[in-house]
Design a protein around this ligand. Structure first.
Ligand SMILES: [Fe+2]
Length: 479
C-alpha cells in the first residue's frame, strides 16, 4: 500500500485502509474503489490523503502503531469527557506499545478536521509513549505520561469551535481564549484524587518552553518534569504533521527539522533526540521525487536518521540510495508545490518564527547595564550603550533593535529626549521600555505622551523585567 494525497487521488484507485469519521463510523472501507464523489467528499471532511493498494505498492506493508479499534475507542472517550475511560485507554496504549518487538511510526494518521482534537490527543499519547520507552521510563511512569497525553487538550472541549477551527488569524482575545485551554484542562482534572500530581502538572504545563517563554506559568526547563517536556515535544510534532483548516501538513522531515531548530529554546534536547530515533524521516509508502525528476515510493528504511532509503520507482525497479552509483541522487518532497508562498504564510501563523530578538539597553551606569546583560543574554542579543548620543549614532549606522530599555535619568541627553529622537528616526516602530527610580506624575505623564511601551521602577526583579519584555515583544509584533 502507499499514501496518496487527495489532490492526486484518481477515480478507480482502490483503498487499502479504512477511513473513519469522528464518530468512529466507516466512511470508506478498504477495497472500496474511489470515485470522483468519494474523493470530493473526503476532501470536504478535511482528510489530507488515503492509503491505496496497487501493483506498484503491493509488496509494501505499512502498519499502524496501535489498532484502529483502540484509536476509535480513545477518540470516543476524549469526546465524551470520560476521564475513567481515558485512564483505561492510556493503559491499553502503554501495553500495546510495550508488547511490540519493532515499533513503526510509518503510518500517516488519516483524520478529518472535526476529529482533530481527539485524534491529536490519541496520537500525542502514542508518540509520548514511544519517547517514554526510548527514555527508559518504567511502566508506572509511562502510564502517568500517557494519561497526561490523552487528557492534555481536554480543555479545548470547552472552547467554541469557531475559535478552534478558525481558518484565519485569531484576534488577541481569541488567542488568549485558545491559550487558556491548558489551564482549563488542568481545572477539569485537578480534583481527581486518583490522578497523580505528575499527570496534572504535565497537563497544565504542556505548552511551557524550556527557556521559560511558554504558557501558562512561564517556567523554565529546570522547573519542568520530564513528563512535561516529553508531552510538549510530542504535542508540537503531531500538530505540525496535521492538516488544519489554516495550514498544510508538514512532512515528518520538515517537522523534525523544526524540532531540532527549537532545541534549548522550546524543546528539551534529549527528548527531541529520542523522538528522532523513532520517527522515520521518509515513512514507508510515501511518494517522493528524486533530484533527477523520477518518481518513487519509499520501500524500506534501513535504520534511524535515514536519509538514504530503498525506493521503488514507478517502473517497478528498486533503487538503493546507499549504493555508490546513486550517491548523486537526492530526495525532494513530492507534495503539492502549488501555492507555496500562501502555504508558507499559513505556516508562519501557526508558530511564530524562532528568532532571537535584539534588545538595546541604554544606561549611564555600567553596573546597571551589566545586570541587564546578565538577565537577558541567554534569551536575547543584547546591545549595551552608555548614553543617548551613543544610541543615536548606533541607529544611524545599524538597523534598529526590536526593543529598547532605557534609563530615564542620564546626563546630557536624558532618556525621554533620546526616546523622542529615536522615535523620529524609526517612525515609532521600536517599543521603548523606560527604567526609572522616580515615579512622579510629571515623569509618568511624559512617558505616556511618548507612547512608551512601559516603565519599570528600580530596583526590579529579574523575572519581572523578563515578563515585561515578553509582553511588549508579543504585543508589538502582533500589531
Ligand atoms: Fe495544547
Amino acid at each position: 500500500m502507499r499514501y496518496v494525497q487527495l489532490t492526486k487521488a484518481e477515480p478507480g484507485m482502490i483503498l487499502a485502509y479504512d477511513i473513519f469519521d469522528s464518530h468512529g463510523r466507516t466512511l470508506a472501507g478498504h477495497n472500496v474503489i474511489l470515485t470522483e464523489g468519494y474523493i470530493e467528499r473526503l476532501k470536504s471532511y478535511g482528510f489530507d490523503g488515503v492509503y491505496i493498494q496497487d501493483e506498484l505498492s503491493e509488496d509494501i506493508e505499512v502498519e499502524s502503531a496501535i489498532p484502529s479499534a483502540l484509536r476509535t475507542e480513545g477518540i470516543a472517550c476524549i469526546k465524551n469527557n470520560n476521564i475513567d475511560g481515558c485512564k483505561n485507554i492510556a493503559k491499553k496504549i502503554v501495553d500495546e506499545i510495550l508488547s511490540k518487538d519493532q515499533l513503526s511510526l510509518d503510518m500517516t494518521d488519516l483524520r478529518s478536521y472535526d476529529d482533530y482534537t481527539y485524534a491529536h490527543s490519541v496520537n500525542v499519547a502514542v508518540l509520548s509513549c514511544v519517547i517514554g520507552t526510548g527514555m527508559k521510563l518504567n511502566e508506572e511512569e509511562m502510564e502517568y505520561l500517557v494519561t497526561a497525553a490523552v487528557l492534555h487538550d481536554f480543555g479545548k472541549l470547552t472552547i467554541p469551535q469557531e475559535i478552534l477551527n478558525k481558518p484565519s488569524r485569531l484576534t488577541q482575545e481569541e488567542f488568549q481564549i485558545m491559550q487558556s485551554h491548558a489551564m482549563r484542562s488542568y481545572e477539569m482534572i485537578c480534583d481527581r484524587t486518583d490522578l497523580s500530581a505528575y499527570v496534572k502538572s504535565a497537563v497544565l504545563c504542556h505548552h511551557e518552553n524550556v527557556d521559560g517563554s511558554g504558557y501558562p506559568l512561564g517556567i523554565e526547563g529546570s522547573e519542568q518534569t520530564l513528563f512535561t517536556k516529553i508531552l510538549h515535544v510530542a504535542d508540537v510534532y503531531d500538530a505540525l504533521i496535521a492538516k488544519r483548516p489554516y495550514k498544510e501538513p508538514y512532512s515528518p522531515y520538515e517537522a523534525t527539522e523544526y524540532l531540532m531548530g527549537g532545541c534549548g529554546i522550546m524543546f528539551d534536547q534529549a527528548v527531541v533526540t529520542t523522538l528522532l530515533n523513532y520517527v522515520p524521516l521518509y515513512p514507508k509508502g510515501t511518494e517522493v521525487v528524486l533530484s533527477d525528476g523520477r518518481r518513487a515510493v519509499i520501500y524500506e528504511n534501513a535504520g534511524i536518521y535515514n536519509l538514504r532509503p530503498i525506493l521503488k520507482l514507478y517502473d517497478h525497479t528498486m533503487l538503493d540510495l546507499t549504493a555508490p552509483e546513486n550517491l548523486n541522487l537526492t530526495i525532494r518532497d513530492a507534495r503539492e508545490q502549488e501555492n507555496l508562498e500562501e502555504q508558507e504564510q499559513e505556516r508562519k501563523q501557526m508558530i511564530k518564527p524562532l528568532r532571537r530578538y535584539r534588545i538595546m539597553a541604554i544606561d549611564d551606569m555600567k553596573p546597571n547595564l551589566l545586570l541587564l546583560q546578565d538577565i537577558l543574554k541567554d534569551y536575547y542579543d543584547v546591545i549595551l550603550l552608555r548614553s543617548g548620543t551613543q544610541a543615536i549614532h548606533y541607529m544611524e549606522k545599524y538597523s534598529p533593535p526590536d526593543l529598547i530599555i532605557m534609563d530615564i535619568d542620564m546626563p546630557d541627553m536624558d532618556g525621554l529626549e533620546t526616546a523622542k529622537r529615536i522615535q523620529e528616526m524609526t517612525n515609532q516602530r521600536v517599543p521603548i521600555l523606560f527604567v526609572t527610580v522616580l515615579c512622579d506624575k510629571v515623569t509618568v505623564t511624559r512617558c505616556r505622551e511618548l507612547n512608551a511601551a512601559g516603565y519599570i521602577l528600580r530596583p526590579y526583579k529579574p523575572a519581572y523585567i523578563k515578563t515585561e519584555i515578553k509582553r511588549i515583544l508579543e504585543n508589538w509584533m502582533d500589531v
